[in-house]
Every structure is written in structure tokens, then in C-alpha cells.
Design a protein around this ligand. Structure first.
Ligand code: PMT
Length: 395
């Protein structure tokens, strides 16, 4: 994880109490955070809270005689790799959209050189106010990234759009802002997790895939600027923000969902641990237990990835191979059989269910080993590799 310098502006809204949690998440991820507050933000949360969390003095006033740094508005923006304002009030956004610099935070925003992200937070009427919506459109044109807002119950008790995104989601957007946009404008279809093949009303055949690898790839593709659709077997993970998830159960459901989406896709990344067989003699009702031996008849499932590569104009396809022995030999044979430009080989014993993994990428140029690391780190490398090969193929 690369350490970054983040300038966090806190303007005066009730959501500013959540900024303390945001600071905690950002510093836990290894980033240095410098907080600047507006005077009205200090009515909601005391600067000392942020000072304790960041270990750095919090700036509020433009003209702080004690500090003797009358150029703080320049030096702080030069220091920062990224400028985030959360919460961003309607008043702050209006000033930003119109180039008004009348306090330290708005002056810093006007003097910035680094990317600026804002997380609006306000009452639903204020959000829907035509002047506010005009300001938001102007800010987008000016290259400011708008995070949210979310809809839901507001501090005033009303329900509607205008809530600040949760700190966890803002932190994900911050990490994404640091990733190169290698897949900007591309559509990526990903399968993840296990499938579940029904035996009867309550039982089924499945496997221990947690979905972590597939969801990490979905997050990495989203961070790289792609529109991501995630066809997911039953897992207990939240999809990354901005990813559309389609829930499926069986391999046949997964095939149907992939077929419905694949025409639109530039990339298809098949990470799911799809059951190779389904139960032929399924029972509608729960099978009653008795002393007899129960025999399940298994019939082969369709191969989803092979179906996609066999299409007349397939997207750029990336397969996975989970092997328990002879990893590279079996994986390369799989790559050739399924006609894949890229395949990620991993040992099932150490890959499945784990938080980290070790992968070898196989392509026409040979083998590229990615040493053991967290699944997100590997996913970012895999996405970058796939994007490079895709470009080579196009040119
Ligand atoms: O979910 P995690 O706990 O994070 O674990 C990740 C993982 C180990 C499941 C993942 O890294 C992985 O290896 N996924 C592929 C597992 C697998 O089914 O491998 P396979 O060698 O059986 O299949 C080869 C390829 O064909 C895979 O891309 C698979 O998605 C695809 N396939 C397989 C069978 C089938 N009927 N349809 C398919 O599309």
C-alpha cells in the first residue's frame, strides 16, 4: 500500500461527526491526513478530535497570527496528493462552483493543484434546490469528483437524497482515485463465488469459494474506471460501490445471466468456481431420511467460459484455473483448450477462502508469477496485465 498525503476539508454539517471515522480509516490504510475545518464545522466537532486522530494540528483560520505561516493556503495544497471535502455543505459547494475564496478551506480549494473529491451532505430540499444542482453540474464540468450523496433517513428526520456517503465508501473512492484509469469507458463482466446445485428443497452441492478473489477483481476493475457487472454465486460479501451485482445460484443460472450480459462486455473474467456437475435426480420436496443408501446422479454442467470464447465476437476473456497438483502444466492446457489470451493459475489448497493468494498469469508470451499478496493487490496487477494485452490486441 503506497502512503499518500490527503488534505481533508470538513465543512459545517451534522455529518462531520462521521469524518472522524473517515480519518481513522484513512490513517489505518497508511495515509497521512491533514484536516482543515470551516469555523461552522467546529460547532459540530472540536478540532482536538481530528488532532488526536491525525497527530497533526488542525487548521481553521486563514489569519492565524500564532503560526506565522500566512501562505498556508498554498503550502497545504502543494503538500497534498489528494484533496477531499467531507462533508461538503451546500454553502461550500456554492462557493467552490463560483470561485469564491473567503475562508481557509475555500481558499485552499481555489488554490489546489491535486485532484478534488467532495462528499455532499445536506437536507433533501437543499440538495434538490435548483441552485445546488446547477452548482453540482458546474463542479463536474470543472473536474471535481462528486461522491454521492446517498438517500435515506436524514438528521432532520426526513427521508430523501442528500446524506453523506458512509465513511467506508468514501475511503474506497479515495483508494480508487489513486489507481490508473486503465479501463476507462470499458465494460467488464465478472463471475465470482461458488455455484449451488440443488439436491432437494433444503440441500445442495457447492464448494468453499468465498467470492473474495472475484470481488477483489470487480473492485480493481471499478477502480480502473470500468463499468462492472458481477454475476455472483451465494457469498456473504458486499459488492464494491458502482458494481452492478446479479445474484445466481446454479451453474445454469450463471450461464443465463452471463449470456444476457456478455454482448455488452469488453472483458469477461471468469473467477467463479462453477460446479462441473448438477444433480439429475433432484427432488422438489425435502428427501426423508431412512436407512437406504441414497444415490445422486450427476450430469455435466455447461462450461460458461467455453461458451463465451466460442461466440463469434467474444470479449477479451480471462480464465482462472484452480488445480491441486501440476498447476502450471494443467493450467496451460486449460488455457489452450479454452482459447484464452490470459489465464490466472492458482493452487486451490491455498487460494480458496483465503484473504491472500499466489497467482501465475499465463499468456502467449509465457508465465508471469505474482508472489503471495492480498487478493486486492493481485487483482490490481491482473487487471493491469489484462488491460495491456487488450490494448496490444486492438492495435
Ligand atoms: O472465491 P475465493 O475463496 O476467493 O477463491 C478463489 C478461487 C480459488 C475460486 C479462484 O481463484 C479460482 O481459481 N477460480 C476458478 C475455479 C475453477 O472453477 O477453476 P476450474 O479450473 O475448474 O475452471 C477453469 C475456468 O473455467 C474458470 O475460469 C471457471 O470459472 C470456468 N468454468 C469452469 C466450469 C464451468 N462449468 N464453467 C466455467 O466457466
Amino acid at each position: 500500500m503506497i502512503q499518500r498525503k490527503i488534505l481533508l476539508g470538513v465543512s459545517g454539517g451534522i455529518a462531520s461527526y462521521k469524518s472522524a471515522e473517515l480519518v481513522r480509516l484513512l490513517t489505518k490504510a497508511g495515509h497521512e491526513v491533514q484536516v482543515v475545518m470551516t469555523r461552522s464545522a467546529t460547532e459540530f466537532v472540536g478540532p482536538v478530535t481530528f488532532q488526536a486522530l491525525t497527530g497533526r494540528e488542525v487548521f481553521v483560520e486563514m489569519w492565524d497570527k500564532q503560526r506565522g505561516d500566512s501562505m498556508a493556503h498554498i503550502s497545504l495544497t502543494r503538500w497534498a496528493d489528494l484533496f477531499l471535502v467531507a462533508p461538503a455543505t451546500a454553502n461550500f459547494l456554492a462557493k467552490l462552483a463560483n470561485g469564491i475564496a473567503d475562508d481557509l478551506l475555500s481558499t485552499l480549494a481555489a488554490a489546489r493543484e491535486c485532484p478534488l473529491l467532495v462528499a455532499p451532505a445536506m437536507n433533501k430540499q437543499m440538495w434538490a434546490n435548483p441552485a445546488n444542482l446547477r452548482n453540482i453540474e458546474q463542479l463536474k464540468v470543472d473536474g471535481v469528483t462528486i461522491l454521492g450523496p446517498a438517500a435515506g433517513v436524514q438528521a432532520c428526520g426526513e427521508v430523501g437524497e442528500g446524506r453523506m456517503l458512509e465513511p467506508e465508501e468514501i475511503a474506497l473512492h479515495v483508494e480508487a482515485a489513486f489507481q490508473p484509469k486503465l479501463l476507462a469507458g470499458k465494460k467488464v463482466l465478472i463471475t465470482a463465488g461458488p455455484t449451488f446445485e440443488r439436491i432437494d428443497a433444503v440441500r445442495g452441492v457447492t464448494n468453499p469459494s468465498s467470492g473474495k478473489m472475484g470481488y477483489a477483481i470487480a473492485r480493481a476493475a471499478w477502480e480502473a474506471g470500468a463499468a462492472v457487472t458481477l454475476v455472483s454465486g451465494p457469498v456473504s460479501l458486499e459488492p464494491p460501490p458502482g458494481c452492478r451485482r446479479i445474484d445466481v445460484l446454479s451453474a445454469q443460472d450463471m450461464l443465463n445471466a452471463v449470456n444476457a450480459e456478455v454482448d455488452e462486455a469488453d472483458f469477461f473474467i471468469s473467477v467463479a468456481a462453477v460446479a462441473d456437475y448438477y444433480v439429475l435426480n433432484q427432488s422438489e420436496q425435502k428427501i426423508k431420511k431412512d436407512a437406504h443408501i441414497l444415490t445422486l446422479e450427476l450430469a455435466p454442467n455447461p462450461d460458461i467460459l467455453a461458451n463465451v470464447t466460442a461466440r463469434p465476437n467474444p470479449p477479451f476473456c480471462v480464465g482462472f484455473a484452480a488445480e491441486s497438483e501440476n498447476l502450471l502444466e494443467y493450467a496451460e492446457a486449460k488455457r489452450r483448450r479454452k482459447q484464452l489470451p490470459l489465464l490466472a493459475a492458482n493452487l486451490v489448497q491455498t487460494a480458496i477462502g483465503a484473504d491472500d493468494n499466489e497467482i501465475t498469469l499465463l499468456d502467449d508470451a509465457g508465465q508471469h508469477r505474482l508472489p503471495r499478496a492480498g487478493k486486492l493487490e493481485l487483482a490490481r496487477k491482473l487487471v493491469a496485465h489484462a488491460a495491456r494485452l487488450y490494448l496490444q490486441k486492438k492495435n
